[in-house]
Design a binder for this molecule. Structure first.
Ligand code: GTP
Ligand code: MG
Length: 425
């Protein structure tokens, strides 16, 4: 086909045709449903809120079961993310539910939201790595990307804490945030109304984007737009059952009355369950993939040097990018190598100079000691000579004295003889 024919063909309007009889592709939606049901679904909830705010209780109440829980200590050294995955089944639908607790968040010691952001990014990164593999297995890949973040607000009745605003701001481009006022039974109805308005105005004035229930699908547009006006939901959680009339209902019992979890005039629990699980679970999953993950993927790929078009608006070449990145990398490697070599040479030079200096010092020390030694030796020699002289003198004197003594002895022994001779004569 010539190029002009191709152009004309692709520019042509699509024509609608009517079918002569039943063909069968109207079963496509059913095929899709059946495939999804076989495959099962995964849904990942991140619970962020201070220790003891009621996260575990609300999860148990929402899914009407008892998940494993262990109370967090108020003295964690840092915020730690604790994911737990459960297989749930309702009718023939399997749900792989992961609940991630941000343990230690909002406590006195460490209020940092960074571990939460890192956790969310790591899940995106894992998915991206799977997508980039040559042999991908996205079909049975356990998707751990966070679909919704339930942000538990402390029911102070006052205003949001700066920690809440900072954290939500950091998270809003990465995850669908649904803010909820926890333990709403601890705040009066009029205070709650004012608190809700205050929270929403604070979120707006700080530019925090929370998840909006979608209104583009006609089937749910009305309920979703009504529910959007009720945000943040004020919830009460309880796994206790209390008899009201002749029915057992989940509630919290107080000396002055009973707060029923599923009574819409008592709290917004039912609204939350309706919006989170029954109406918008699929939209939350979709938004995670098409908005938040897409943003992460785009930034990450751009960071890696990928582009849709090159600077001349020509389609982007993977080979060229790879080559450019490779060259950049090799250049960087060479530069680092040269830097390290230079550093090594400098170090060797420095050490050499240090050694030389040490050698010179030692030599000087040696010479000094040698001089001292020679001086000492000379002094000892002198002393020895003096002593020897003294000894010689002494010996000479001794000999002289001895001679003198022997002479005088001889003289005295000869004198009596002479006397005797004289007498005889
Ligand atoms: P950590 O996991 O230790 O951070 O706590 P948590 O946020 O999971 O709180 P948890 O559900 O363990 O509840 C803590 C306490 O708050 C328990 O005594 C609950 O009974 C109570 N609690 C939970 N939900 C509510 C609520 O809606 N209202 C009131 N008044 N108390 C609640
Ligand atoms: Mg808990």
């Amino acid at each position: 086909m010539a190029a002009t024919d191709l152009e004309r063909f692709s520019n042509e309007e699509k024509r609608s045709l009517s079918l002569g009889g039943h063909v069968g592709f109207d079963s496509l939606p059913d095929q899709l449903v059946s495939k999804s049901v076989t495959q099962g679904f995964s849904f990942n909830i991140l619970c962020v809120g201070e220790t003891g705010i009621g996260k575990s209780t609300l999860m148990n109440t929402l899914f009407n079961t008892t998940f494993e829980t262990e109370e967090a200590s108020h003295y964690e050294s840092a915020v730690r993310l604790r994911p737990r995955t459960y297989d749930l089944q309702e009718s023939n639908v399997h749900l792989k539910l992961t609940i991630v607790d941000a343990v230690g968040f909002g406590d006195q010691i460490n209020k940092d939201e960074r571990p939460i952001v890192e956790y969310i990014d790591t899940q995106f990164e894992n998915y991206l790595q799977e997508e980039l593999k040559i042999r991908r297995s996205l079909f049975n890949y356990h998707d751990t990307r966070i679909h919704v973040c339930l942000y538990f607000i402390t029911p102070t009745g006052h205003s949001l804490k700066s920690l809440d605003l900072v954290t939500m701001k950091k998270l809003d481009s990465k995850v669908n945030i649904i803010p909820i006022i926890a333990k709403a039974d601890t705040i009066s109805k009029s205070e709650l109304h004012k608190f809700k308005i205050k929270i929403m105005s604070e979120l707006v004035s700080n530019g925090v984007q929370i998840y909006q229930f979608p209104t583009d699908d006609e089937a749910v547009a009305e309920i979703n737009s009504v529910m959007n006006a009720h945000l943040p939901f004020a919830v009460v959680g309880s796994t206790e059952e209390v008899k009201v009339g002749n029915k057992l209902v989940r509630a919290r019992q107080y000396p002055w009355g009973v707060v029923q979890v599923e009574n819409e005039s008592h709290c917004d629990f039912v609204k939350l369950r309706e919006m989170l699980i029954r109406v918008n679970m699929e939209d939350l999953r979709e938004q995670t993939h098409t908005r938040h993950y897409e943003l992460y993927r785009r930034c990450k790929l751009e960071e890696m040097g990928f582009k849709d078009t090159d600077p001349d608006s020509q389609p982007f070449s993977l080979q060229e990018t790879y080559e450019t990145k490779r060259k950049e990398f090799l250049g960087e490697l060479q530069r680092k190598e040269e830097e390290m070599r230079q550093m090594f040479v400098n170090k060797v030079k420095e050490t050499e100079a240090e050694l030389k200096e040490k050698e010179r010092e030692l030599h000087e020390k040696f010479e000094h000691l040698k001089r001292i030694h020679q001086e000492e030796k000379r002094k000892v020699e002198e002393k020895r000579r003096e002593l020897e002289e003294e000894m010689n003198m002494f010996n000479r004197r001794k000999v002289a004295v001895e001679t003198l003594q022997s002479h005088s002895l001889q003289a005295t022994s000869q004198q009596p003889l002479k006397k005797d001779k004289d007498k005889k004569n």
